[in-house]
Design a protein around this ligand. Structure first.
Ligand SMILES: [Zn+2]
Length: 308
């Protein structure tokens, strides 16, 4: 919170700026944003209390096959996307990372070990970030300038991480979910693209996950669990609302979400429900979106936003 207050005092906080939404609208060309968080089924937060990172190497890796299927799907519909890759995956599957880049997609960073930012010290966050960025850039031979925190874990208590991202060469972040949720969220944050300026002269652009505003409350829409668990009509309605607001939808999903045959991990019922329900629905729904909407890489939207 201290950082938000500092920014507000300097008058550069998006919380003070009514023009940010207009700017986001001006950068919008009718295309939505599509991103994939490249991690495997055993690395998600839902199972983090059951599976230690030291055990990751003992699990069957399915991320390569599932990501290759996503690349085929995108090629079939001639669509481009942003891939937020876990550094751990990039170190083990460099050829896959190279193929993503060769497909004309954007490589971005999803941290190295999928630890939530608010559980780390600034030093731990920075070294995890540096290792992941290097692994992804070495494998993909493409500069990495976008970040998405594991489990959208940039909140008030980890807001300091944005300044570190800017210092480490990141141009944008897509981690601050402006909703109330049991695991993540910063409900008072702006709903659309905005930027933060720091005392050291650096800045970062925030591309929030999509929400619709209903009766004064923001509801998540068009990504991951929202896409999989709720009726597809909700996604269609939400994306239509965003289009009316002249803002792109920020659609995201994970390779394990198109893999109904993945090995089952025993966990609490809520985690099981979150992870396994609706897995068969993701691919047909994605196909509908890919057939009916035009998507672009997040960096393409960010470049236009930055130029305004
Ligand atoms: Zn993740």
């Amino acid at each position: 919170m201290a950082h938000v207050m500092d920014l507000r005092q300097r008058g550069s906080s998006p919380l003070d700026s009514p023009h940010q939404a207009d700017r986001g609208g001006a950068a919008y060309l009718g295309r939505d944003l599509l991103s994939i968080d490249v991690e495997d089924y055993f690395q998600v937060e839902a199972f983090a209390d059951r599976i230690s990172r030291a055990d990751w190497s003992n699990f069957e890796l399915r991320v390569r096959r599932n990501t290759e299927r996503i690349l085929e799907l995108l090629a079939e519909y001639r669509q481009s996307a942003t891939f937020f890759v876990l550094g751990w995956v990039a170190e083990r599957e460099p050829a896959l990372i190279r193929r993503i880049a060769e497909g004309g997609h954007e490589l971005a960073c999803h941290s190295h070990l999928h630890r939530r930012v608010f559980t780390l010290t600034p030093q731990e966050f920075r070294s995890d970030l540096q290792r992941a960025k290097k692994a992804i850039e070495d494998a993909g031979r493409q500069a990495v300038v976008g970040f998405r925190a594991p489990t959208f874990s940039i909140r008030k208590d980890s807001f300091w991480s944005l300044e570190i991202l800017a210092e480490e060469g990141f141009i944008y972040d897509s981690s601050i979910f402006p909703i109330r949720h049991d695991l993540y969220g910063m409900p008072e944050a702006p709903r659309f693209a905005h930027d933060y300026h720091f005392a050291n002269g650096k800045a970062i652009i925030e591309i929030p996950p999509s929400t619709v505003r209903v009766l004064g409350t923001n509801l998540g829409v068009a990504g991951g669990g929202y896409l999989r668990h709720l009726p597809f009509a909700y996604t269609r309605w939400g994306m239509r609302r965003l289009r009316q607001e002249q803002q792109p939808a920020n659609v995201y999903f994970h390779p394990w979400e198109i893999d109904p045959d993945q090995p089952r991990i025993q966990a609490a019922w809520k985690s099981q429900l979150r992870h396994y329900r609706g897995l068969k629905k993701t691919e047909p729904r994605l196909r509908k979106l890919l057939a009916n909407r035009r998507f672009e890489r997040i960096i393409d939207y960010v470049r236009r936003f930055a130029a305004l």
